[in-house]
Design a protein around this ligand. Structure first.
Ligand code: KG4
Ligand code: ZN
Length: 338
């Protein structure tokens, strides 16, 4: 079993990605971003699906070439079954199915959100793997979840957003500030230069481990509108401080819930995943939490935070070991939990 080569395909949203893994090691991890959506201020599903069709063959070829692996050497094909945009998912799943039939090798379906969590099990030199059970905070453009992870495929959502995802909170705030889509990374960039306590935004009151971010967006909108009446250049003159204050508030909201999750479960191991876990403020806060609260925190490498196929590959490898295979009758699912 020590010579498993998995080709993994990820196409759930607007990134076409392919990776080749040798057991739990990543040999190649290729992503083609679809910049076309930036012109529209958000992902346009029909355009995403068409771009996937154009990108998928070159991206897979590049992944195989970079890994120096021939198709014939592959042990199995893993693909993202969902959640995601149906038209996008279908491009990846159809391709995976035909390749598995052509090569006569097993087909493995992977849950995108599980993959964001299990990306921590990719073998990397200076990255420790979490031990079970641990708490995962998955934060992306589409999801915000606190998950109790008992084992590879035994996970329970114990908290989630009741409206917008954290990534949307970043992107929508950025839009209010006139920044281009996706604004999350830009808020992060300007926040580094600003004072996080310059402006105060009220945190939402949501019971238990659930989140709400739509109120914050509205609060920011009114705050900006009000201040622009007084000073039309308010945003330009205070961009760094505004971004730092927004990011600070978002991190406070996340940390409040993580503290509660630790209290309720007694688990002090925290792993983050998803596109927003690329945020430098969130990363630093979680590193500091190790000394401050006695937690053990796991922060993924940058290339495994935003959507990628390596994370699909590591789940594929785990499923390969337990022979958890699918036939080509397996269907893509826009909405699935674990
Ligand atoms: O996981 P992902 O690549 O795609 C989804 O599955 O949604 O996450 C994309 C989200 C976007 O909202 C983007 O603005 C956000 O992650 N993001 C960030 C940063 N990098 C990406 N948000 C804040 N700070 C960042 N550095
Ligand atoms: Zn994602």
């Amino acid at each position: 079993n020590s010579e498993v080569f998995i080709l993994a395909i990820e196409s759930s949203c607007d990134d076409t990605a392919a990776a080749v893994l040798h057991n739990d090691k990543v040999l190649s991890n290729v992503v083609a971003n679809q910049l076309i959506h930036n012109l529209y201020g958000g992902v346009v599903p029909e355009l995403a699906s068409r771009a996937h069709q154009q990108n998928i063959v070159p991206v897979i070829d590049a992944a195989l070439k970079k890994a120096n692996i021939k198709k014939e050497q592959l042990s199995a094909i893993a693909f993202t079954q969902g959640p995601g945009l149906m038209g996008s998912l279908l491009v990846g799943s159809s391709f995976a199915k035909s390749l598995s039939l052509a090569l006569q090798i097993p087909l493995i379906a992977v849950n995108h959100m599980q993959a964001h969590i299990l990306a921590h099990f990719i073998d990397e030199e200076d990255c420790q793997k979490p031990t079970f059970p641990f708490i995962a905070l998955t934060i992306s453009g589409g999801h915000t979840q606190i998950v109790k992870v008992n084992d590879f495929f035994d996970m329970k959502i114990i908290g989630e957003t009741t409206d917008d995802a954290v990534g949307e909170a970043f992107d929508k705030s950025a839009k209010i500030l006139g920044l281009p889509y996706p604004g999350g990374p830009l808020v992060d960039k300007y926040a580094k230069l600003g004072n996080p306590k310059a402006f105060a935004f009220t945190k939402p009151r949501v019971p238990g481990l659930n989140f709400s971010f739509s109120g914050l967006k509205t609060a920011i909108l009114y705050f900006i509108q009000k201040n622009k009446v007084i000073n039309p250049n308010f945003v330009e003159e205070n961009l760094n401080d505004i971004c730092a204050s927004i990011q600070y508030t978002i991190i406070e909201i996340l940390m409040d819930k993580l503290k509660l999750a630790v209290k309720e479960t007694g688990i002090k191991q925290i792993a983050i995943g998803g596109g927003v876990s690329a945020n430098s403020g969130i990363r630093n806060t979680l590193i500091e939490a190790q000394n401050k609260y006695g937690w053990k925190t796991y922060i993924p490498k940058f290339e495994y935070t935003t959507d990628n196929a390596a994370m699909i590959g590591i789940v594929g490898y785990q499923k390969f070991l337990s022979k958890n295979f699918e036939t080509s009758a397996v269907v893509s699912k826009a909405r699935i939990q674990f």
